[in-house]
Design a protein around this ligand. Structure first.
Ligand code: GAP
Length: 435
């Protein structure tokens, strides 16, 4: 499909937030109660797009790489996990409070005075961002636990069980898509910094002496994958961290560079976790988490390369990157496999039963293979523009000629080019275009 650059980025975030709400991609969480900062719900189009995105990632991980398997771990784990992982001690943000208006900020984000009222700030205090919860039904016997602060921990806990139940040999990977929770001091910028969000992680287990090779390999593989789904791949870049998380010896971010929200554009982290996690879990659990090479008898703690990305951040950056204003239309030039609907079907006139009947039969047939929209309201031009705004790659119009020649008009989203196609070739044509 032809691609064109989004020229005007001014007010882009506001336009995306408004489009998401208006067209049913994303709604503010608990809105009828005034909302809850840092929480969002995905609407009918948002959930389709997010599912498409996750499916693409999952297929790429598990189908493209035969030495990667998936799991779906629990959100709440034994609380000792977070002691062993280092999060209870080190998953902290320095926080300052304004002495006048009592608003709180991440110390790293602001300078000498309160950005809201200009008041003086307190000295930074450390604040742990794990989200605590309590389990049990008897008041005095409740157990303190945590919602997972990073999804990947369950992969380390299950690594031995995965090895015992599969034929994997080192090097191998375990991947997972799942929710994580952080009591962020300053949630904001729409889906960018939330308190509940989704991560897609790969933990790649390898020999310590091969870490350099695999770190480089996954850094490039992941960048190539992101480039394959963005409208403007040239907007993606790497950033190397100097300040490292407690578990990482080396870390690069894959960033979206054209973001309208300034600094903080990280989409995925590629982390050199080494033997940190497995050694700590072995120590705290008292279990032997070594890998045994059955051919050589060697026994060692595998080292880990992690690729950990944000599903919601990718969703947001894809929308920002795909948004385009052209003359009298707004169009989301989304990669077709990610678009919520693949095709929309319209009868030219809604009040002509013979047109509606034929269009309906085409719709019923297409929806067996593609997520298909139906629209018979207003005029054709308006229907096209409504589909452009939600990124539908193809629109099919059934007109009076269709009743005679058994052909329909198919219109492509980005070029707006129209073609006549035989009805019985339509499904195959769309399938080919989507590949
Ligand atoms: N297991 C490693 C880990 O969690 P991270 O860099 O803290 O590393 C990985 O998080 C990814 O998760 C980030 O690159 C980002 O895309 C996403 N992410 C982190 N915090 C987020 C938040 N508060 N809201 C939305 N996405 C977030």
């Amino acid at each position: 499909m032809p691609k064109s650059k989004t020229e005007n980025k001014s007010g882009l975030m506001e336009k995306i937030v408004s489009l998401c709400k208006r067209r049913g991609f994303v709604f503010p969480g608990s809105e009828i109660y005034g909302g809850l900062q840092g929480f969002y719900d995905f609407g009918p189009l948002g959930v389709e797009m997010k599912n498409n995105l996750k499916q693409l990632w999952w297929d790429w991980m598990t189908r493209k790489h035969e030495d990667i398997v998936g799991i779906d771990g629990a959100i709440i784990t034994n609380p000792k996990v977070w002691e062993a992982s280092g999060h209870l001690k080190s998953f902290v943000d320095p926080l300052v409070e304004c002495k006048k208006c009592h608003h709180r900020f991440k110390a790293d984000d602001i300078s000498a005075e309160c950005p809201d009222c200009g008041g003086n700030l307190t000295e930074p205090k450390v604040f742990n961002i794990l989200v605590p919860t309590q389990l049990g039904v008897i008041e005095d016997e409740k157990t303190n636990a945590y919602l997972r602060g990073e999804a990947c921990q369950t992969i380390y806990l299950d690594y031995k069980s995965v090895l015992d139940t599969t034929r994997l040999k080192i090097p191998f990977g375990i991947c997972q898509i799942g929710k994580a929770f952080r009591n962020e001091v300053t949630p904001g910028n729409f889906l960018f910094r939330q308190r509940e969000f989704e991560q897609w992680d790969l933990q790649w287990f390898c020999r310590p002496e091969e870490m350099e090779k695999w770190f480089k390999y996954w850094k490039n593989e992941r960048m190539d994958w992101y480039k394959s789904i963005f409208t403007h791949p040239e907007n993606l870049g790497f950033y190397e961290h100097e300040k490292l998380a407690h578990y990482a010896k080396k870390a690069f971010d894959i960033e979206y560079a054209a973001s309208p929200i300034g600094n903080g554009k990280e989409m995925e982290g590629i982390h050199w976790r080494g033997d940190w996690d497995l050694s700590r879990h072995a120590e705290f659990s008292g279990q032997d988490l070594s890998y045994v090479d059955l051919e050589t008898g060697e026994k060692f703690i595998p080292n880990i390369v992690e690729t950990s990305g944000g599903v919601d951040r990718t969703f947001l950056f894809l929308l920002l990157d795909a948004y385009c204003e052209e003359k009298d239309r707004v169009v989301l030039k989304l990669y077709p496999k990610i678009a919520p609907y693949k095709v929309a079907v319209f009868p030219l006139l809604a009040n002509k039963p013979e047109l509606a009947k034929l269009a309906r039969s085409i719709y019923d047939n297409l929806k067996i293979n593609f997520i298909t929209a139906w629209d018979d309201r207003g005029n054709i031009g308006k229907r096209y523009y409504a589909q452009d705004e939600i990124g539908t790659p193809f629109c099919v119009t059934v007109d009076f000629e269709s009743l005679e020649d058994k052909k329909v008009t198919i219109r492509e989203r980005d070029s707006m080019k129209q073609e006549r196609i035989a009805i019985d070739e339509l499904a195959e044509y769309i399938k080919k275009q989507l590949e």
